[in-house]
Design a protein around this ligand. Structure first.
Ligand code: ADP
Ligand code: ZN
Length: 529
């Protein structure tokens, strides 16, 4: 119901009950809201679905003037404003998608004190007329949503966020609240310093999402694996499938559609109208599976996404956490599923090598990938490892694949030595480098045309690994790449030894490998719900 007399200022609790229809605050919401209402700055780290929006919406209703929300999510502003209008909150937005007429109507409403909330795209602040406009009205607070976009190291960097320190310089007495679902200490510090939030109170919530079941499995036939996940556990459910490339988005969406799944593609190469139409079908219809690149998802508020699947390895744990966090905002059981394989590691190591930027930048990318790989290869609770990455300690969750079907740790020193000595011999004796396929062929002793052409069937290591299957060898290679015991080189992703390899070859360093558990973790998982 629209508030009858906007001039009567509600208390925070009244706003919660009467406007939003909830009876109590969640977690730290009350403390955050009190801080901002009292004129203090706040830095809020809260997982997706934690309830960040109310943390600025309620203070905007309680304080005099308009709450100005800086948000990079231009495509969602209309939805956000519609949702607020529906509960009687007076909201508007200013961004580049509007025509002059719409813009001036919103500006008028702001100047007349008729807006509780004004959503602003960050690039609006580049033009001085925006600041002048804000000066002529009353600003209740600034909310900086998706504040991690200020981080130059992060995956969502927006250059326009860097100039947001001007808010504090120009309007020092207006309280600011910065919010993000990104949790690492580094990003946290970067937000505080770049946005000059030195005096802000920090509110850090637990990043655990207990209703999400984390599962990571080896990639064999990824699309079939995905289809069987959907059919056996998520038939008719809404979900998001992330792929690295536009081409694989298209291919995967087509494959799902051919197999009777309502799937839509989303990536930056699609016409913007198609993108908008697909996004809106995903939000409004039931049971739509969105197959997307990571261009999709930030700010998407769909509470009943039952699964998030990754067909390619995310570049960092932070990215993985963000993306999987879009599942189960409603608190109901949901699945975060990732299929990852040898090629993912090869491809990403190669991309890092060939990336532009200085050594420090590449090292940072490498460290991000290493942490992601450690999560994939762990034999311990995934959730523990994930939360540990964000500085939280926890106990085994009993609701992830490694808790439900514990993988075995096995001694992989001998296979590791066989693999490394093959790589070393090829280089020493023939000055040749090869990638996974051929090296595994040598190990299992497969006589291919290439084998005879190069005379590799004469190598001492030809066939010394026939005790393992090709599949098992792929697992060994993948894990050695993940552990930095094998390096990827050049444009073809051929293998070379690393500094650490020597200690494996001379036997001074044992190699621990993860033995893939029998498939069926999914079924076990389902029963336990
Ligand atoms: P975030 O922005 O942190 O991802 P939202 O602000 O979108 O989360 O909130 C997630 C969901 O939780 C929304 O549907 C919201 O209405 C609901 N919610 C937030 N706070 C409360 C509360 N105190 N009581 C009940 N539901 C809440
Ligand atoms: Zn667990």
């Amino acid at each position: 119901p629209p508030r009858a007399t906007p001039s009567v200022v509600p208390t925070a609790l009244e706003a919660l009950e009467k406007v939003f229809g909830y009876d109590s605050f969640r977690g730290e919401q009350a403390a955050i809201i009190d801080t901002v209402i009292g004129g203090g700055d706040a830095l809020v780290l809260m997982p997706t679905g934690g309830g960040k929006s109310l943390c600025y919406q309620i203070p905007a209703l309680v304080r005099e003037g308009t709450g100005v929300v800086i948000s990079p999510l231009i495509a969602l502003m209309q939805d956000q404003v519609d949702a607020l209008t529906a509960v009687g909150v007076r909201a508007g937005f200013l961004n580049s998608t509007q025509d002059a007429g719409e813009r001036s109507r919103v500006e008028r409403a702001y100047l007349d004190g008729e807006l509780d909330l004004l959503y602003l795209a960050p690039e609006r602040l580049r033009v001085s007329s925006t600041a002048e406009l804000l000066d002529r009205g009353t600003i209740a607070l600034f909310a900086i949503d998706e504040a991690h976009c200020v981080s130059q190291w992060g995956h969502d960097f927006r250059p326009d966020y860097l100039q947001l320190s001007m808010l504090h310089e120009r309007w020092p007495s207006v309280p600011r609240i910065a919010l993000t679902a990104t949790a690492t200490e580094v990003t946290h510090k970067e937000i505080a310093s770049k946005l000059q939030l030195g005096e802000a109170r920090h509110f850090v919530s637990s990043f655990d999402r207990p209703n999400i079941q984390y599962r990571i499995e080896a990639k064999n036939q990824p699309m079939q694996q995905l289809l069987s996940l959907i059919r056996s556990e998520h038939a008719g459910d809404a979900g998001i499938v992330y792929c690295l490339s536009r081409a694989s988005v298209e291919k995967t969406a087509d494959f799902l559609v051919e197999n009777g799944v309502t799937a839509l593609p989303y990536h930056a190469g699609l016409d913007s109208r198609i993108r908008a139409a697909n996004q809106s079908r995903f939000l409004r219809e039931d049971g739509v599976v969105m197959v997307a690149t990571i261009a999709f998802g930030m700010g998407i508020d769909k509470p009943d996404v039952r699964f998030v699947a990754h067909l390619d390895l995310p570049k960092s744990v932070e990215g993985y956490y963000q993306e999987t966090g879009r599942a189960g905002r409603d608190g109901l059981p949901s699945t975060a599923w990732l299929a990852y394989g040898l090629q993912d590691v090869v491809q990403q190591r190669r991309m890092i090598q060939q990336s532009e930027g200085d050594d420090a930048f590449r090292r940072r990318l490498g460290a991000n990938l290493d942490a992601m790989l450690a999560l994939c290869e762990t034999i311990e609770c995934r959730r523990m490892q994930l939360l540990a990455y964000f500085g939280e300690t926890s106990a085994p969750c009993m609701n992830c694949d490694t808790c439900l079907t514990p993988p075995e740790g096995v001694d992989g020193t001998i296979p590791a030595q066989k693999l490394l000595s093959t790589v070393v011999r090829l280089w020493r004796e023939k000055q040749q480098r090869f990638g996974a396929g051929h090296i595994i062929d040598i190990l299992v002793g497969k006589t291919t045309p290439r084998m005879t052409q190069y005379g590799h069937n004469q190598l001492r290591t030809f066939g010394i690994g026939s005790d393992l299957s090709e599949q098992e060898w792929r697992g060994v290679v993948r894990q050695m790449l993940a552990q930095g015991l094998l390096a990827v080189q050049g444009e073809y992703g051929t293998f070379a030894v690393t500094e650490a390899s020597a200690s494996v070859l001379d036997g001074s360093r044992p190699v621990k490998l993860r033995k893939e558990p029998e498939r069926g973790a999914g079924r076990a998982a389902k029963k336990s719900k």
